[in-house]
Design a protein around this ligand. Sequence first.
Ligand code: SF4
Length: 223
Amino acid sequence: MSVNHNDIKEFLLKSSGREIRINPNNEIPKSPNPLKLSKWYEEELKWINKQIDELEEEFGMCNICKEGCNHCCKLAVPVSHAELLIIQKETSKFSADIKDELLTKTVNICKLLDANELSSNIHPSRHHSNEGIKASYYELNITCPLLNDEGRCMIYPVRPVSCCTYRAYNSYNDCINAHVVDTAIAFDEYGLFLNNNMAKAKKDKAYFKLIPLALRDALSKRL
Ligand code: SF4
């Protein structure tokens, strides 16, 4: 069934304000221990995604995102300090060769960001300035360094909040060559819920960087 922007607006209108349920069996760790934080986050992503699935079912919306589709991996993804710890934990499992290859790729992307003055921290609440950053980032045609050669996310179970709360509803074609897709939704309320909870463990709200910059920090241990 074809979905247009009005369907998306109606879905958002009807579903917004829905209370986000707290997972009673997954308490946020009280300290930023990367292993505990990572385990908490992986579980919490499933919990939050289940709630978004339920909303879709209730309002008859069919999410078309599937593993291996990665058009949205060209979008600007902000990463918090807590997410960075999780990424660092996850990438520490990679072999030395893969880490080296990833770091080289990431450093090259960061040079491109530096050259285009896109290396500053992001302020997630400043939507207007972020729109400019997102547009400029997209113009550089950067693919997330964490997308592997098979087109799959290397840290999928603990991918950043922005990645896992973004869903498309009409056609994959809408997501090709577009950084603003009016038939997709970024479930910001759910993202905020996750970010606020993570901030309880890692109280450093100042750090929000674009994913290549955060990944460079994680791989080179510049935290
Ligand atoms: S972290 Fe994973 S899902 Fe997110 S943009 Fe990168 S490759 Fe895509």
